[in-house]
Ligand binder design. Structure first.
Ligand code: ADP
Ligand code: MG
Length: 147
């Protein structure tokens, strides 16, 4: 469990970004306003993205590629997905070995959630801080908590 405030999110983003490898899938779980997009943006900033990443909720899938980031990333927001079968049409896993997937609302994938997904659940610690609880798959053993 990691507790963090907005003043620490830059460092947390860097620690997570440093741990990422091509092919990783990171799920960001939490209620509306929990801080999923904020954490995804901190990770993208640590990967070199300049300026504010748009929220992907309208596009559903927001791709980032070098040189704007050091690692190709798909930032995905599945909030609007009503039927898990719609996931197949998004082609999220078409280039899965080469890019990182950051997925808000991964529970919308139902059975399609990858077994090797690192799931990060964000809860409210108090008004100003959040709590991060990780579900760590074998692929992430030794990489979580991130250094
Ligand atoms: P979500 O994507 O989960 O709906 P957002 O990332 O849009 O949530 O964040 C909602 C609000 O929570 C924003 O105003 C953001 O600044 C705030 N927030 C995010 N993380 C933290 C944190 N660790 N501490 C305090 N406030 C935070
Ligand atoms: Mg969001």
């Amino acid at each position: 469990m990691i507790e963090y405030g907005l003043d620490e999110i830059g460092l947390l983003g860097k620690r997570i970004a440093r741990s990422l490898q091509p092919g990783d899938v990171v799920g960001l779980t939490g209620s509306l306003g929990a801080g999923k997009t904020t954490l995804a943006r901190a990770i993208l900033a640590a990967l070199g993205l300049e300026g504010e990443a748009p929220s992907p909720s309208f596009a559903i899938v927001q791709p980032y590629a070098p040189p704007e980031v050091t690692l190709p990333v798909l930032h995905v927001d599945l909030y609007r997905i009503e039927d898990a079968a719609e996931i197949d049409e998004l082609g999220l896993f078409d280039d899965s070995a080469h890019q990182v997937l950051l997925i808000e609302w991964p529970e919308r994938m139902g059975q399609r959630v990858p077994a090797e997904m690192l799931n990060l659940t964000i809860d409210f610690a108090d008004e100003a801080r959040r709590r991060l609880t990780a579900t760590v798959p074998p692929a992430w053993e030794g990489r979580w908590p991130p250094q």
